[in-house]
Ligand binder design. Sequence first.
Ligand code: B12
Ligand code: SF4
Length: 477
Amino acid sequence: MEKGKFLTPNTQTQGNPDLLLINVPSTFQQGLIPDDEEPPFGLLRLAVTLKKEGFNPCILDAHRGKLSLSDIEDIVYDIRPKFIGLNPASVNLTEAAEIAEISATRGIPIIIGGVHPTLSPQQSLKDLPMINVAVRGRGEKPLIELLKNFKNRPEIRGVYYNPEDKLSQRSDYAEPYPLENIPPIDYRIWVANPLQTRLVTFGDRKIQLEEISIYETAGCPFECTYCSTPVLVGRGQGYKPYTRPPTEKIVRDVSLALETGANAIHFVDDMAFVGPKDFRDFFELWQSQGLPPFYWRGMTRAPIIAERFTDDDLKLLVESGCWRLAIGVESGNQQILDRIKKRITLDQVKKAVERLRKAGIPQVKAFFIMGFPDESLEQMLDTQRFILELKGLGLTDISLFQFKPYPGTEEWTYLSRHKPSILEEIRYIKIGNNSKNDTVDHKISTDPALPDHLMIAQIPSAEVRELIEQTLKLFYS
Ligand code: B12
Ligand code: SF4
């Protein structure tokens, strides 16, 4: 069965798996899931680590496989796993609940982890009452213990059972499993269709990229007020906000990923590099080992490029095969940038875009958000104007999202104090649209929306979305 292709490892034929990790789809409206989605890096890390520890896990990538609920039910029934693991984010809790329902009716214990359970394990257990256990933080260590000793409800850091239990009135995260001990992921075994083909223009040449995505780090050293990452890593609670594995491990992982036949890497990490040294160390080691060149793209911050990269670093960036660098900008209004603790200035953004394009990086992308709490129409129009100014400086691509509050973030706390009724009405709505990838319509339809009348900013949600649509059209016209 074609759908079975998204059950990995692809050699999974014998015995019931100890654990079936299901990548919960962002929606069951299959037409809304793009074709080039990233594999579930968190589940991949868990699966290869559990395998190394002697377990027999498998992954069902229901998101990339665009599986329906009944496809998932058939597969669960066929392979009868001992446990099921789900990874709900805040935007697909409903889908997770539906999958949990079918698993619970088969009597299979369910463990949840990942974004939403980490933001609030107690709330997740209330949201999904059929779930037995929630894991907060990185799941490797808790799963090893839970799979060995589930019946006894072991007390483990980062593991939460009944939300009403005294034992659940805590906030600890799982003890992280060292990144350097996580085995390299062999994409040929664990990921269905790992390569994405794209045609990229480099000066006057067109090059066909066979791209594979990888994720190497954990967290991010910054603390933007709207972002879930600081909460995901337990920032401010004594946990390390950012971990980068040794350069040797990154070199080994990239090298293995290229063995799939890829000639390009997408570093999906929140930060592909947080300083010129990370980047230099990697490429110097890569070159010193005589490894073959490859194309790559990733994400970093404007001040790093504007102020910390020398001209020589920029030259090395181009030589290293970087075809697209993305930066998080979020707003074209300095007051908003300061409020969301972005720690960047508009001048740094302009300088970064200009320097990258002048150095010869083929594509520069920036991310933006409109509709922050209390943001005025005028401030959003500043963002629109700034986006068009950056286009004039060589910006080639944008993502522009509507602000959405996520549990545990500083903006969530702000809204709970100042506009509590809004949080009761939060729903992430998926707008149906079958437009092709990379079109403005597609960009709009894959960003979950908020109810039309919601007044998080100074204008209602529907008007924020109209402005987003207008801005995307202006940029891409
Ligand atoms: C890669 C990525 C994407 C990719 C791929 C997403 C995908 N389908 O897998 C793309 C670019 C497509 C994407 C899109 C979106 N994303 Co995104 N994305 C990420 C990102 C940067 C990395 C996720 C990741 O792979 N991490 C690396 C792995 C190794 O870590 P991990 O997933 O945390 O896994 C560990 C633990 O969490 C835990 N764990 C994970 N799963 C499980 C399961 C079990 C059972 C257990 C026990 C433990 C466990 O153990 C793992 C190993 O240590 C995160 C930010 C982040 N730092 O997590 C945002 C993030 C998940 N995205 C986010 C958002 C908002 C979106 C969008 C909605 C953006 C938008 N339009 O507004 C869209 C949704 C699109 C869609 N159709 O659903 C938010 C989610 C916020 C929320 N509360 O729900 C995040 C957290 C970004 C942020 N900082 O705010 N995203
Ligand atoms: S928005 Fe980006 S820079 Fe800010 S905390 Fe999140 S991942 Fe880090």
